[in-house]
Design a protein around this ligand. Structure first.
Ligand code: GLC
Length: 753
């Protein structure tokens, strides 16, 4: 039975104006009032007070010292202060004791939750659910603003194609479209309907730009991204963030083609201000101004300040060179005071928009919003939808009601701190629902739970305790092994050259596999790991990028079928580190792999030099990754069919409607994430073999079938071409609607002039 046609137009190209949608008259009037207040205040400011607004410091214990700096007008923002009493005290100094009473904007890295911790952003990306990401950001904003924080350094929308890079955990993966959608959702969540709501916090689109392309996946390393690739792959999420009204941007640590982003006028002025007409303010990253000396891009702090200010950085995070060096640079005319005025204008505008001048204080007596039941429910749902079912053989999952004894094994089974993941400053491990705790609750008196960690932490290597765990597991009907990474092994500056499981975890999986018991392996990590061997040794595998506070409860529900996995890989899983960079939207090359190549162990002895053919693959690892982008199984099965296009020839002004049938051919109600990919088969420059352009979560009951539609404006097929112009070129296109980036049969359409 086919249900009604559902028209879904998931588009992010909505050009939202900065400072809210300027379409409404009220908003226009509010904006005019703000502009007048900015100009009136700016005219009263001394140069030192202007430079004070451009100066961000990190908080420290001595509140008298901090107060003196504020009183003198030398501080515009403070990061890492989370005590509402201290925040109000410092704000009172700014409002009542400084000459002009300009409020401080209090900032913090609230990356995937403040107290209620959500899955790391890479995990949230696996949900392919922007509504869930928006809700998580909204909850983070409610909790963070309740202590006086009004600016977060998120979303991180760096495209990342290298799991060696520790910060892959903090972004939304390898795909431009998915990252764009999730970045916009985050900004909406943090900033709410209006920035001046007391629970709204300013978002920060970071790190602008190209940081995730660090050579070798080694953090802070140089990048070499040519302009066309920058514009086709790395910039679109930031352009969408600007248009979605992100209040701030942050420059990235990397030098691209020799130019550190913090001194790069091309991206900060030509692109951000001139092309995108951005009106928020730009903050440097932590000491990234003074680090241009180490880069060899500035000879001293004077030149670092000169280059950063003239390139378009408005606020300096912690290195203080603007405040110290700019007065002399203005005297010598190397920096125009107009440049300073513009920077301060951008900063004051955001402070007015946040309502800080009229409501600078936080209500210290307000009831706590931390871990509100609704927040925990949302965090659990986010964790459920972020888990990816990679393998499920012999119907191992969901665990059946016949199972009376379960062995819970592994160093991540009860790792309350670790499962929160990276970039968690304010989460509390005491609040974490670990898998062990949740499984014990779910088991009650009906199922015996044998707990044998085997290893104390992910880097532990203890053959004796591994043997003990394996021995304990022989008494169980089923084994659930929790392995992965401690929190510290991903995140900033935490890069790995080897992505195998750390410590003795692989030996643990092997020992458990030898018991012959049905085994489910659950991986909790900050990145894709090279776990081909452990997957072979397991009957079922769930991948859970550090799932946060409610991760254990989510996993217990998934293991016992109270929830059904729906997550999809937000980035490609390599078989081996040597395949990196490996990602789905690659170019085809002139000699694409045929997937029929002879691999290492089948090569005949004394094989002739050209006998193996000449295509692009690895003798030892082949071409395909372990898992492609967009991959994930369910407890049920889905069947796609009957893909129909609204037209075979379309112009740039047309919208393509792609209709398809999706059926649930299995036994469980499940949610499929249908994905729409296109390929521009021939163009003025080589184009990727596939690009994700739409996705949609579709829930179906067993036996249910729906006809669903994607709408794709042809104008969204633009790219930067041989003339460095953003155009849609006429020509032939392939289109797939499929369950992942490697499946499906294409249909074709033509774009005509
Ligand atoms: C860090 C990070 C940046 C963060 C900032 C403040 O070095 O690169 O993402 O927001 O400093 O903590």
């Amino acid at each position: 039975m086919i249900n009604k046609v559902i028209k879904i137009a998931v588009s992010i190209a909505l050009p939202l104006c900065f400072m809210g949608c300027a379409s409404s008259n009220d908003t226009k009037k509010e904006n005019e009032v703000i502009e007048k207040r900015v100009e009136t205040l700016l005219r009263k400011m001394t140069l030192e007070e202007k430079l004070g607004q451009m100066n961000q410091i990190t908080s420290y214990a001595n509140i008298e010292d901090l107060s003196n700096l504020i009183k003198k007008g030398e501080v515009g923002s403070i990061l890492n202060e989370t005590d509402p009493v201290r925040i109000n005290a410092l704000q009172r100094v700014a409002m009542e004791e400084s000459r002009l009473g300009i409020p401080i904007i209090m900032a913090r890295d609230v990356i995937h939750g403040f107290k209620t911790i959500f899955p790391i952003p890479l995990g949230q990306a696996a949900s392919f659910n922007p509504d869930l990401v928006e809700e998580g950001a909204r909850i983070a904003a409610i909790e963070a603003s309740s202590v006086g924080i009004r600016w977060t350094f998120a979303p991180m929308i760096d495209i990342g194609r290298d799991p060696r890079w520790g910060r892959i955990a903090e972004g939304f993966g390898e795909d431009t479209y998915l990252t764009t959608v999730m970045g916009v959702a985050s900004i909406k969540g943090y900033q709410g309907d209006s920035l001046n709501s007391p629970t709204s916090i300013a978002a920060c689109a970071k790190h602008f730009v190209g940081y995730g392309a660090a050579e070798g996946g080694r953090d802070y390393n140089s990048t070499s991204i040519p302009e066309r690739l920058l514009r086709n792959v790395f910039l679109p999420p930031f352009e969408a963030a600007a248009k979605a009204g992100s209040a701030t941007f942050m420059t990235s640590f990397n030098d691209n083609d020799g130019v550190p982003s913090t001194g790069n006028a091309f991206i900060l002025k030509d692109v951000l201000r001139k092309e995108w007409k951005y009106e928020g303010f730009v903050v440097s990253d932590w000491a990234s101004v003074s680090e241009m000396i180490a880069h060899g891009f500035a000879s001293d702090e004077t030149e670092a300040a000169l280059k950063a200010i003239n390139a378009g950085v408005d606020m300096e995070m912690v290195s203080g060179t603007f405040f110290r060096e700019a007065p002399q640079l203005i005297k010598t005319g190397q920096i125009k005071e107009e440049t300073i005025d513009n920077a301060v204008r951008y900063i004051l505008r955001i402070k007015f928009m946040l309502g800080l001048f009229d409501n600078p204080y936080v209500d210290e007596k307000a009831p706590s919003t931390f871990y509100a039941p609704s927040h925990l429910v949302a965090a659990k749902q986010a964790a459920i939808e972020s888990v990816i079912l990679l393998k499920n053989e012999k119907n191992t999952l969901p665990i059946s009601a016949d199972v009376k004894t379960v062995a819970v094994v592994g160093p991540m089974a009860n790792a309350a701190y670790e499962q929160m993941g990276t970039w968690v400053f304010d989460g509390e491990k005491e609040q974490t629902q670990t898998p062990l705790k949740a499984i014990r609750e779910l088991a009650g008196n009906n199922i015996q739970v044998i707990y044998a960690p085997g290893l104390t932490h992910s880097r532990d290597n203890n053959a004796a305790t591994i043997a003990q765990a394996a021995n304990a597991a022989t008494k169980a009907d089923v084994i659930v092994a929790f392995v992965g990474e401690e929190s510290i092994l991903s995140g900033e500056a935490h890069c790995l050259a080897n992505l195998d499981l750390q410590g003795g975890q692989s030996q643990l999986i092997s020992a458990l596999s030898k018991t012959g018991k049905p085994m489910v392996t659950v991986v909790m990590a900050g990145r894709p790991l090279t776990i081909e061997r452990e997957i072979e040794q397991s009957d079922a595998v769930l991948y859970s990028f550090h799932p946060g506070t409610m991760g254990g409860a989510a996993l217990a529900d998934l293991l016992w079928g109270k929830a059904v996995p729906s997550g999809k890989t937000p980035m490609t899983f390599p078989k081996a580190v040597g395949q990196i960079p490996v990602y789905y939207s690659h170019n085809n090359t002139g000699r694409p792999a045929q997937r029929s190549e002879v691999l290492l162990n089948e090569i005949p002895i004394e094989a002739g030099q050209t006998s193996l053919g000449c295509t692009s693959f690895y003798l030892d690892a082949g071409f395909d990754p372990l898992y492609p982008f967009g991959y994930g199984l369910s407890y049920t099965t889905f069947q796609y069919g009957n893909v129909k296009l609204s037209a075979k020839e379309l112009k740039e002004t047309d919208t393509l409607v792609a209709e398809f049938d999706l059926a649930n051919t299995g036994k469980y109600t499940g949610t499929e994430i249908a994905q729409l990919y296109v390929q521009d088969k021939s163009a003025s420059v080589t184009r990727p073999v596939k690009e994700l352009k739409r996705f949609m979560r579709i829930e179906l009951k067993p036996g249910e079938k729906k006809t669903v539609c994607f709408e794709l404006p042809i104008s969204e097929l633009t790219f930067w071409n041989i003339d460095m112009k953003q155009v849609v070129e006429p020509g032939d296109f392939n289109l797939w609607i499929a369950t992942d980036s490697q499946s499906g049969t294409p249909v074709t359409f033509k774009v005509i002039d």
